[in-house]
Design a protein around this ligand. Structure first.
Ligand code: FRU
Length: 468
């Protein structure tokens, strides 16, 4: 049975699920999250005709990965979001096992979605079609069908088209796995979005001398940024290192020179994009004023996600806040978009020894901290330790209760932290690093500062801003 025949069940799930989700003390109050079911990747992020659009991988029928639809929100300012009609459901032969991730483009004034139609066979095999859909006047989408079958030389794991236009020509990067089970990023080009020519592999295991780079690369995004090119991607199968790549799958960035003529990307090392516990499948777009904005899934597959307590309230996962990207001194910098400052209530400043600092209400909170050696306790459920080597973020495993740690190494001179009920985003040194994590404290929850060192603390309560 295709999901289309479940329409009444979807309506019921939303009607019953939304009040339950909103009543959950862990439900975010200013980050986008699903009103019911499971949300994963951000999709189709675009500024189009005066509005930002953010689509998302969504299973409205359960807190698992069984169904993959595209939900849809829009916003004038990246802060106030509105529900739009659900955009895609897996109801065609070519997308019957999921309308997987993809992007959106402005094709001469027509909002056009490029997504992966995922098809699984009874024998365990699978194939993938890259597909198009266009927006109708009433906000719904009409599918135009597949425009690219599985390229030769790759397994059924070819997906997540990110499409953009350069000098009148369309380009698409795809995440892929070749027949030797090596993760790759493929480039294609087209005159019309319907006919695509392959340009080869631009990154991945065995490309540009890269070794030990994993068996599948998901969700690539390639863009020019401040005189360089950046490729963001999610390689699966990277070795865990003592201080990085500690989540099941990481999101990474690499920068370098991309040549449209030769379709080659000479890039440097891989860097982890976010050092926290939950961050995956980010996507970027260009804002009205030219800023490059990123939103990520504050979650990750195949880890402890199925143990998150919000599942008992019928929903799971949330997005990160929107972040502006810059490239400077060989590094990718991420800062919360300035629009988020409108959420701030009156500001407070406090100076003294960390342990004497006021306890702050963690519900909706932003604080900036200048300190050397100390730690921050988030409601006894998450702990951030700061010393000369950098940051350690600790929490208990939902499975075993053992302490899990994530690291950011380097000299920390400034922290900016955004809290929203069950999430914390830590921006280090004005964007040099980020750690995004969920946690599930008892509410009312408090943030406490500990240690004998002197700190300067600026803090704001934030307004709630739920999707309407
Ligand atoms: C990343 C991902 C994508 C895929 C989507 C399916 O989280 O696995 O590669 O398109 O999720 O929901």
């Amino acid at each position: 049975m295709t999901l289309a025949s479940h329409w009444p069940a979807v309506l019921q799930a939303v009607m019953q699920g939304q009040p339950r989700a909103l009543a959950d003390s862990h439900y975010p109050q200013w980050h986008p999250a699903p009103v019911t079911g499971l949300m994963n990747d951000p999709n189709g992020f675009i500024w189009f005709a005066g509005l930002y659009h953010l689509f998302y991988q969504w299973n409205p029928l359960g807190c698992d990965h069984r169904y993959k639809c595209w939900g849809h929100w829009s916003s004038v300012d990246l802060v106030h979001w509105q529900h739009e009609p659900m955009a895609l459901m897996p109801d065609e032969e070519y997308d019957r096992n999921g309308c997987y991730s993809g992007s959106a483009v402005d094709n001469n004034g027509l909002l056009t979605l490029c997504y992966t139609g995922n098809v699984k066979f009874d024998d365990g095999g699978r194939t993938a079609w890259q597909c198009l859909a266009v927006q109708n006047d009433d906000g719904s989408f009409t599918k135009l069908g597949p425009v690219l079958p599985l390229p030769e030389g790759y397994t059924g794991h070819v997906r997540d088209p990110k499409v953009w236009c350069h000098d009148g020509q369309w380009y698409m990067v795809l995440g892929a796995q070749d027949l030797q089970k090596q993760g790759k990023v493929l480039l294609f080009t087209s005159d019309d979005l319907h006919h695509w020519q392959p340009c080869g592999e631009i990154a991945g295991q065995g490309v540009n001398g890269l070794t030990d780079a994993g068996y599948m690369w998901e969700c690539p995004d390639l863009f020019a940024l401040d005189e360089t090119f950046v490729l963001i991607c999610c390689p699966q199968g990277l070795e865990r290192e003592p201080h990085r790549y500690l989540n099941t799958y990481p999101a990474v960035w690499m920068s370098g020179a991309f040549d449209y003529e030769t379709a080659s990307f000479a890039h440097g090392e891989l860097h982890e994009l976010d050092a926290g516990f939950e961050f995956y499948a980010p996507q970027t777009t260009v804002a009205e004023d030219g800023r490059r904005i990123l939103i990520g899934w504050m979650g990750g597959p195949d880890g402890e996600e199925m143990l998150q307590p919000t599942r008992t309230h019928g929903w799971i996962h949330q997005m990160t806040c929107p972040r502006e990207l810059r490239y400077r001194d060989g590094k990718l910098w991420q800062t919360p978009v300035r629009e988020l400052e409108q959420l701030r209530e009156a500001g407070n400043v406090w100076q003294g020894n960390a342990s004497d600092a006021p306890w702050l209400d963690a519900t909706r909170l932003e604080f900036e901290l200048t300190a050397s050696c100390m730690y921050v306790d988030f409601a006894g459920s998450l702990r951030l330790m700061l010393d000369d080597s950098g940051l350690r973020l600790e929490r208990a495993s939902l499975k075993t209760g053992e302490t899990l740690t994530r690291y950011w190494q380097g000299v920390v001179h400034h922290l900016r932290v955004l809290c929203d009920r069950s999430s914390v985003e830590i921006f280090i040194n004005n964007g040099e690093g980020v750690m995004s994590s969920r946690y599930f404290p008892e509410h009312p929850a408090q943030v406490r500062f500990e240690g004998a060192s002197a700190i300067t603390l600026c803090y704001w309560s934030l307004h709630g801003c739920m999707i309407e």
